[in-house]
Design a protein. Sequence first.
Length: 294
Amino acid sequence: MQLAEAKVKPKVKIRERSIRKGRIIERIVTYTLLIGLSIVFIFPFLWLLGTSLKPESEALSFPPTIIPKTWKFSNYHDVFTIVNFGKYYWNSIVVTLLTVLGTVLSSTIVAYGFARIKAKGRNAWFVLLLATMMLPPQVTMIPVYMIFSKLGWVNTFLPLIVPAFFGNAYFIFMLRQFFKTIPKELEESAFLDGCGTFGIFWRIILPLSVPAVITVALLSFMWTWNDFLGPLVYLNDDSMYTLALGILQFKGALIISWGPMMAASVMIILPLIILFFVGQKYFIQGIATTGGKG
């Protein structure tokens, strides 16, 4: 028996070593791929950042360089002197924050109704809601514009903000799926304690749905902050422009101010990067836990 055990032990050790080597090789390959993909995705931003610090002559030089030979930090100052960039920034902040507020309020309430409140034809209405996701916005652009024109809302922020308070089909679907993962026993206990429908929604459902709600807020912020088509259609006055339209002011008929334009682009992207790093924990958790039930 001792001889048999003595022969088995070296074999076990060899297997353990081979398993460890396999895991090490797997990690090396994984990290190498991740680092390579990270460089590919971060390269455009590095190019953008480098160009924002170059003088005009170097920005157009060939062969191009990533790191500036001559640093020109005044490009960030020129952003505010060439165009009314501060006004564009403020307009984008107002439109984006109000849109996010309207999207979160309306989408959470409607999603709670579809997930928890039993009503006749609830599933049919939900299918109809999902069907609206199949329509591209270009199909409804003209009739919606005519409605807003009749209301006198063209060249105001109202067409960009008000629709958010009527919900978003994608966010309603996502929140509904998340709400359905919350145990019903919690609502039943609250109901027995005298809590009403809105109280259950406000005191139980929302606190348990923080990751999903933050995910909705982040996605809504990103889409609104980067929206170009909406402001292009409804805003005519230069003082009403958002950042997506304002950045085009750096492009003239015969010349483009590349340094200030790239500096403006960096300042536009910066809030999105900060928000993602601050809320990435909730964002990943909200995406991972959504869709657990049909």
